[in-house]
Ligand binder design. Structure first.
Ligand code: AHR
Length: 506
């Protein structure tokens, strides 16, 4: 007898909050070969490029509609001095990147980053240096970027090739100030944030959205202090617009547990399940940090910005090609799908997120090798989810079996749905079980009887399959016709370990 299907109902006529497109953002740090060799190859490179930026990478990022990109770090941000990265490239200082132990040529600086944003259509997110910089240095960078010509700094920007103000809006005031950003206490950082943020100017085209360093993982004290001290100070109640959260899935949480030695490609069923459970743990983190934020800010004015997330595996037995470079498998695509679903669940509070990192570092959508740019399984997850961008979340109800691993629960099947401005309904399904298929009945209420369904699916022959220059499409999404859609109900069987996106057109 076929197994009883999991029945889900999507209330297509009950649109909820908007799923911000910024939840699908990326992060680029001067770390390993993320920026240099990855995104930036230089104008004289034999690798096809647009003004020094790797052409294939630009195209691949446009294809997933990358909405924003955060730069220059990460830990590097609190060691970065922006003036080193402007002006003629051949005169920029060559120096040590002490954060990641490599040479920094400064060839990729402010203008190159903003050119990447312009070419990909992404909104820039800049993280300023609070750890080793000064208030003056940070406020000058904002003026250089955003002031109309007529001031010394804005005229210098014009002389460097960009007369128009860049209109940068999203601004991080330091990074991980509890760690690499200065080892500060929340109480101390709260005052520093207020001081720095006070002097960052608003200009005609850009009312700054100031993002404070938030908690790492489950540091609920940090969130409490930041919300108490910065969400509404008396003389500038709006000074903090966002509070960040960083969470890397490495199998090492809850913190009482020792960090695991999970590997990117060498794993079996047991490690698959552990990763699913630890990926879904982000839902608990967001829930608990949001509850603290709700007490101080019930109107949800201050947004939670998950500006670093992704998988972080133990170093492979053979040294990685460059620092923190790791392969991506279908398992990482599932991590992304679960993480997106957690973000959607909290769409009223979570406004932006940045996968760490875009290229050649940790949870990448792209890996490069010489002239080759590989779209990872994770790239396919971002591609499958792109139509949720700026759509309105729809309620999905059903009885979903919960699984357990390592003391953490996670759903056997995770589902989300949204309605776009043109009426298209997208449902995404993340099937976390690696061994058994799952039968599904997905019922849509409130859709026209004439609606048509189409679907794409991401699955793999073997769980640890991955894409290489020789086999760039071993794990890739494909059209999927294995379903029936009649009387508003879609029935199908999803293969084990898969991510599917179904579009219902009115
Ligand atoms: O993404 C790698 C590093 O992880 C970032 O530089 C830092 O912010 C985090 O600890």
């Amino acid at each position: 007898m076929p197994p009883t299907p999991i029945t889900l109902t999507v209330a297509a006529d009950q649109p909820g909050p908007q799923i911000s497109r910024h939840l699908f953002g990326q992060f680029a740090e001067h770390l390993g070969s993320c920026v240099y060799d990855g995104l930036w190859v230089g104008e004289d490179s034999s690798i096809p490029n647009i003004r020094g930026l790797r052409r294939d990478a630009v195209e691949a990022l446009r294809a997933i509609r990358m909405p924003n990109i955060r730069w220059p770090g990460g830990c590097f941000a609190d060691a970065y001095h922006w003036r080193n990265g402007i002006g003629p490239r051949d005169r920029r200082p060559r120096m040590r990147n002490d954060t990641w132990g490599q040479i920094e040529t400064n060839a990729f600086g402010t203008h190159e980053f903003l050119d990447l944003c312009a070419l990909t259509g992404a909104t820039p997110v800049i993280c300023g240096n609070l750890g080793s910089g000064t208030v003056q240095e940070m406020r000058d960078w904002v003026e250089y970027l955003n002031a109309p010509t007529g001031t010394v700094l804005a005229d210098e920007r014009a002389a460097n090739g960009h007369a128009e103000p860049y209109g940068v809006r999203y601004w991080g005031v330091g990074n991980e100030s509890w760690g690499c950003g200065g080892l500060m206490r929340a109480e101390y950082y709260a005052d520093e944030f207020r001081r720095y943020a006070t002097y960052l100017g608003n200009y005609e085209k850009s009312h700054l959205f100031r993002i404070a360093t938030g908690p790492g993982l489950d540091d609920y004290h940090w969130t409490e202090v930041m919300m108490r001290e910065c969400s509404a100070p008396r003389f500038n109640p709006g000074i903090m617009d966002g509070l960040s959260l960083h969470y890397y899935m490495n199998g090492g949480v809850p913190p009482a547990k020792t960090q695991r030695t999970l590997h990117a490609t060498e794993f079996g069923i047991a490690e698959w399940r552990t990763v699913m459970a630890h990926a879904w743990y982000i839902d608990e983190l967001i829930t608990r940090h949001s509850a603290i934020m709700d007490r101080h800010d019930p109107a949800k004015r201050v947004k939670l910005i998950v500006d670093e997330w992704g998988t972080w595996y133990a170093a492979p037995p053979a040294p990685a090609r460059s620092t923190l470079c790791q392969q991506q498998t279908l398992r990482d695509a599932l991590v992304s799908a679960l993480t997106f679903h957690a973000f959607f669940k909290h769409a009223e509070r979570v406004h932006m997120a940045n996968a760490a990192q875009v290229c050649n570092v940790l949870h990448s959508v792209l890996l490069t090798e010489g002239p080759v740019t590989i779209r990872t399984p994770n790239w396919h997850a971002f591609h499958l989810f792109a139509s949720h961008q700026d759509a309105h979340r729809l309620p999905v109800s059903g009885d979903i079996p919960q699984l357990e691993d390592d003391g953490l629960t996670y759903p056997r099947l995770s589902a989300a749905a949204s309605r776009a401005a043109d009426g298209t309904i997208t449902a995404t399904l993340a099937h976390t079980d690696p061994t058994e298929p799952v039968a599904i009945a997905l019922k849509l209420t409130g859709v026209p009887a004439t609606s048509r369904a189409s679907a794409r699916i991401l699955a793999a022959g073997n769980l640890n399959d991955h894409n290489t220059p020789e086999t760039p499409n071993r794990v890739a999404a494909r059209d999927w016709h294995d379903f029936k859609f009649t009387d508003g109900t879609l029935t199908t069987t999803l293969p084990p370990a898969s991510v599917a996106a179904i579009a219902f057109k009115p």
